[in-house]
Design a protein around this ligand. Structure first.
Ligand SMILES: C[S@@+](CC[C@H](N)C(=O)[O-])C[C@H]1O[C@@H](n2cnc3c(N)ncnc32)[C@H](O)[C@@H]1O
Length: 209
C-alpha cells in the first residue's frame, strides 16, 4: 500500500527481523526525559477530551496521560505484554504487530482519542495504520502523534534516519493527509527545559456530513 505513495525503500529497516523478537525482552523505561514527558502531558491536558475512551497505540510501560483527564478507559496496543501489564494507566491491552497486521482490531467509532508517543518511526505501513486509526476514532476524535530525536536506529524506517526533525514533522503530516478523512491537522515543535525536543502532529476525524 505505501508503495503507491512513497518509494519502497523508504520503509525498509536495518533490522528486518521479527518485531516480536526485538521487543520480547521488557524495557521498563521511559524514552524521553521528564521535561519532555511533562510537555507531552500538558499537550494532552489541553487537547484530549477529558473523560473519554483512549487508545494508547504502540504502548509500553507508561502512557503519559495527565491526572486531569480522568479517562473512562485506556487500551494499550503494543509488542510486550509484561511492559503493558505493568502500565498503571491501562485498563486492557493487546500484543499486536502493526508491521505484520496494520489493521486495528477495534470497531468503528470506538475512541475519543488515539495517542501514539515516540514510536511513529517504527511503522512500515503508516498510511494503512492511520486509516484504521481514523476508522476507529469517533467523529471529531483526535489522533496525537508525538516524537523526539531518539530511536532504536536498527528498527526505524530508513527515510526517518535520513531526515532532519523538521522533515520528520512534514512526513507525519503527510501520513495524515494521505490517509484521508482527517481535518484540523496541526504541527507543533516544543522545546522543553530538558535535553529532549518534542514534536507533535495531530488531526481530527472529519465529522460525518
Ligand atoms: C520507544 S517505545 C515507546 C513506548 C511508549 N509509547 C512510550 O511513550 O514510552 C516504542 C514502542 O513501539 C511499540 N512497537 C514497536 N514496533 C511495533 C509494531 N510493529 N507493532 C506495534 N507496536 C510496536 C513497542 O511495543 C514499543 O513499546
Amino acid at each position: 500500500m505505501e508503495q503507491r505513495y512513497f518509494p519502497e525503500n523508504y520503509f525498509k529497516r536495518l533490522d528486518e527481523g521479527s518485531d516480536h523478537d526485538f521487543y520480547s525482552e521488557p524495557r521498563k523505561v521511559v524514552h524521553i526525559d521528564e521535561e519532555a514527558i511533562a510537555a507531552l502531558q500538558a499537550y494532552y491536558a489541553k487537547h484530549v477530551p477529558p473523560h473519554g475512551d483512549y487508545l494508547d497505540l504502540m504502548s509500553s510501560w507508561r502512557s503519559h496521560i495527565p491526572p486531569s483527564l480522568d479517562p473512562i478507559s485506556v487500551t494499550g496496543l503494543g509488542m510486550n505484554a509484561e511492559e503493558m501489564g505493568d502500565n498503571p494507566q491501562l485498563d486492557e491491552f493487546i500484543v499486536h504487530d502493526l508491521n505484520v497486521t496494520p489493521m486495528l482490531p477495534y470497531p468503528d467509532n470506538r475512541w475519543d482519542a488515539v495517542l501514539c508517543a515516540v514510536s511513529i518511526q517504527y511503522l512500515q505501513n503508516p498510511i494503512d495504520v492511520f486509516r484504521h486509526v481514523n476508522r476507529t476514532l469517533k467523529p471529531d476524535g483526535i489522533f496525537i502523534v508525538s516524537f523526539s530525536n531518539r530511536c532504536f536506529p536498527t528498527k526505524a524506517i530508513s527515510i526517518w534516519l535520513n531526515m532532519n526533525e523538521e522533515e520528520q514533522v512534514e512526513l507525519v503530516k503527510r501520513y495524515f493527509e494521505l490517509a484521508g478523512n482527517f481535518t484540523d491537522i496541526q504541527t507543533k515543535a516544543i522545546t522543553p527545559d530538558g535535553q529532549d525536543p518534542l514534536y507533535i502532529v495531530s488531526g481530527r476525524k472529519a465529522l460525518d456530513l
